[in-house]
Ligand binder design. Structure first.
Ligand code: ZN
Ligand code: ZN
Length: 226
């Protein structure tokens, strides 16, 4: 995947997000890797260029490392195990399932339906599917996700029902997007993100990810990966 120094940086980012729910600073990464801040910044930019993580606009902080996000977004994840005091922001509906998949952890997911503002709160995990009535709306085709991936995630929201996802779409973005059952997105998140923080993780090829989509019914032009 990367040279060992870049791989180490990438792993430190994921480790900190998984264990502490926050992203490490560039200075912290420099100390931990005994590198200069300039070296860290240039390696981090290279990682961002290949979509291994996402930096902020200034390029001096981690914004997202999918499925994790360093800044508050619409989903809050709390471990079901009450003695586990970690917490995470879910960047989108898909990432929320992805954090649970990557950590191998049962979590409570909390968000609000963008159409009616009802609180949506449920438990999910690698073996526990979300409630069947929930729906997830994807704002734009797969080919366009990385044009602005933070904006894409911000708009991959969960609705209390397919009807509310359809009503919201009719009001705000007629004819745009794709509405899927939350159970399908949960099923997709397991193999998509389940290996993300493993020591032997290797980025999936586009063909591999395309097959994961197809196996779960995400087919057609909308789901064609770049
Ligand atoms: Zn609703
Ligand atoms: Zn996302």
């Amino acid at each position: 995947m990367h040279d060992p120094a870049s791989r180490h940086l990438r792993d430190l980012v994921y480790e900190t997000l998984a264990n502490e729910g926050r992203a490490p600073s560039m200075g912290e990464l420099a100390t931990k890797t005994e590198s200069t801040p300039a070296e860290v910044r240039s390696r981090m930019q290279a990682l961002a260029d290949e979509h291994a993580l996402v930096l902020n606009d200034e390029g001096d902080a981690v914004r997202m490392a999918h499925p994790f996000t360093a800044a508050p977004m619409a989903f809050v994840l709390t471990p079901v195990d009450g003695f586990d005091d970690r917490r995470w922001w879910g960047g989108c509906a898909w990432d929320s399932f992805g954090i649970s998949a990557a950590l191998g952890l049962d979590v409570r997911v909390e968000t609000a339906c963008p159409h009616c503002a009802a609180v949506i709160s449920f438990v999910t995990g690698p073996e526990t599917a979300p409630p069947e009535d929930l729906a997830v709306r994807f704002p734009r085709p797969a080919a366009e996700w990385w044009e602005d991936v933070v904006a894409t995630c911000t708009k991959i929201r969960m609705f209390c029902s397919r009807e509310h996802a359809e009503s919201w779409t009719a009001q705000h973005a007629p004819g745009e997007g794709y509405i899927a059952p939350a159970t399908s997105v949960w099923s997709l998140a397991q193999p998509w993100y389940g290996d993300r923080i493993r020591a032997d993780f290797e980025p999936h090829t586009s063909e591999h990810n395309q097959a994961l989509l197809e196996e779960r019914g995400f087919t057609g032009d909308f789901w064609k990966l770049p």
